[in-house]
Design a protein around this ligand. Structure first.
Ligand code: BG6
Length: 516
């Protein structure tokens, strides 16, 4: 049957037959945990910026639900302050704000109290009438995971969930952490799928909303020259770094439970690995992309023995130090962190991807808090030239660096002749920078992801089986590292690139981390 665009789709003349920007249908976004940090820093500013960009549906409401006893006006004022402080675009445009704020509602209550949900239901029905939101609801769980079961139960009880077959959509966005190991992720998946159909579930990993991460797909599959060399014949190894200058930012309770493996590796870093290692999907759609990522996760060798973990995983924890000239405390001096805590704030590990394309090409990953600077990148190191024409060691292997943040862009390192009479090669860079190439401002990850959830596009969200496969890998490490018999994390000075054992991990294989 020929493709026929739906009414609200803008036909795309350059790609006939492919879906173009789809405007979301009218809807109400319900934020559970509206008085929390995520709503203030990310969600409400992202929705406001979607309004600024003209991406919100004409009929729209945002309903906050939380325990804090705000009066309606206090809630609106609090959100205005949050937007004033954290929005990508500032100052606030009064006209846009007025329109946006007119759609705000607040419901105060406990997440396990049926009365909260009865009032939420009334509020949503009122929004359907006054804001024409047509019964479409996007529920956003921006709460600690302990609240998820009662949220699911109470939403169902209150009759607030429609099946995908009924008119009017009901969708749920679930924040990380999605479980704390494979067993709890499976249990949570079961619970969520007792209430929702998988097509209604949007498990969020905000890294997938980053422009540079999506560009990895365009870079790999929108160009013909890279794909033929993107494999074990040409690639020698890959390094993925996700370093942050920040410490735990007052989140001691959460971080003590999570540590770097749950906080960064199971989700963000493994997602970067997937996009870097995956096969070309048959289509750029939710299942096309997620099927290929799942295959990568299945191909990653799990860490099945104490010896393997001891050999291929290095854990660290930051000690006091200094960053950009300012003294910072060690992890154990942070608020809500236990004296003698064994929680790792840094990890370096060697991942093996056992597939036709990648067998024998190590993927080294590292992530840490209190590094000398913020730097997230994927560096693809190519093989040496087979015959050294210009003298042993005169040229360095090529490296392709995909900078996720900051200074977003892509750099290719290659050898060039230094001008002069002799053949003296030097490594030089060919650079693409978002900042200078594109005039348009880059939207925040949450803007893109909220918009996709409103549109019903699941491509940049993780599917249930994918989350479980990701836990299988991270969980296989945690199983050993969380046993009391496993050595404590090595201390590293805040402001360094982790313990020296992380360097030894690569040195053992005759390699070194890229200097950032
Ligand atoms: C979050 C982690 O998921 O990602 C934080 O919980 C981390 O600990 C953050 O700081 C990093 O995100 P970004 O977008 O700043 O790289």
């Amino acid at each position: 049957m020929p493709y026929a665009p739906e009414d609200d789709e803008v036909p795309n003349p350059l790609r006939p037959g492919l879906r173009a920007e789809t405007a979301p249908e009218p809807c109400a976004v319900v934020i559970f945990g509206a008085s929390g940090d995520l709503a203030h820093r990310k969600l409400v500013p992202a929705l406001y910026n979607l309004a600024v960009g003209g991406h919100l549906p004409g009929a729209f409401a945002v309903v906050g639900v939380a325990k804090t006893g705000y009066a309606h006006d206090e809630f609106v004022q609090d959100m205005r302050e949050a937007v004033g402080k954290f929005s990508r675009t500032r100052p606030i445009d009064p006209e846009i704000w007025q329109d946006f704020a007119a759609g705000m509602r607040y419901v105060c209550g406990e997440f396990d109290d049926p009365d909260t949900f009865a009032r939420l239901r009334n509020t949503l029905e009122e929004a359907d009438r006054s804001r024409a939101t047509r019964g479409n609801r996007l529920f956003y769980f921006a709460t600690p995971p302990s609240a998820f079961p009662s949220l699911l139960e109470r939403l169902k009880e209150a009759g607030l969930i429609r099946s995908p077959l009924e008119s009017g959509f009901t969708r749920v966005v679930i924040e990380k952490p999605f479980g704390r190991d494979l067993a709890s992720a499976r249990a949570l998946n079961r619970l969520v799928l007792q209430t929702f159909d998988e097509r209604q579930v949007f498990r969020i990993d905000h890294y997938l909303g980053k422009e540079t991460v999506q560009n990895l797909l365009v870079f790999r599959f929108g160009n013909s020259i890279f794909e033929p060399i993107w494999n074990r014949r040409y690639v020698e190894h890959v390094q993925i770094t996700a370093g942050e200058e920040l410490g735990i930012e007052g989140r001691g309770h959460y971080y003590e439970e999570a540590g770097v493996l749950r906080d960064m590796i199971q989700n963000h870093v493994q997602q970067l690995l997937c996009l870097c290692a995956m096969e070309p999907p048959i289509a750029y759609d939710a299942d096309g992309v997620r099927d290929e990522k799942l295959k990568v996760l299945r191909a990653v060798e799990t860490f099945d023995s104490q010896e393997r973990v001891a050999a291929d995983v290095v854990l660290g924890q930051y000690a006091p130090g200094s960053i950009a000239g300012a003294d910072v405390p060690g992890y154990q001096q942070e608020k809500d962190v236990a004296q003698g805590s064994r929680t790792p704030t840094f990890v370096a590990a060697r991942f093996n991807v056992r597939s036709w394309r990648w067998d024998g090409v190590p993927f080294y990953v590292r992530s840490g808090k209190r590094m000398p600077k913020r730097a997230t990148e994927i560096a693809v190191h190519f093989r040496r030239i087979p015959h050294q024409l210009f003298g042993e060691g005169a040229t360095q292997p090529n490296v392709l660096i995909i900078r996720v943040q900051p200074q977003e862009g892509i750099t290719l390192r290659f050898s060039a002749k230094v001008p002069g009479e002799r053949y003296r090669p030097r490594t030089v860079s060919m650079d693409f920078r978002y900042g200078t190439t594109f005039a348009s401002a880059t939207p925040e990850a949450y803007e893109r992801l909220l918009l996709d959830a409103m549109r019903g596009d699941q491509t940049l969200f993780t599917r249930g089986d994918e989350v479980e496969a990701a836990w299988k890998i991270a969980g296989s490490i945690l199983k050993y590292t969380e046993s009391p018999a496993f050595p404590r994390p090595y201390l590293y000075e805040a402001g360094s690139w982790g313990p020296r054992q992380a360097d030894q991990l690569l040195a053992r294989d005759g390699r070194a981390w890229r200097r950032l």
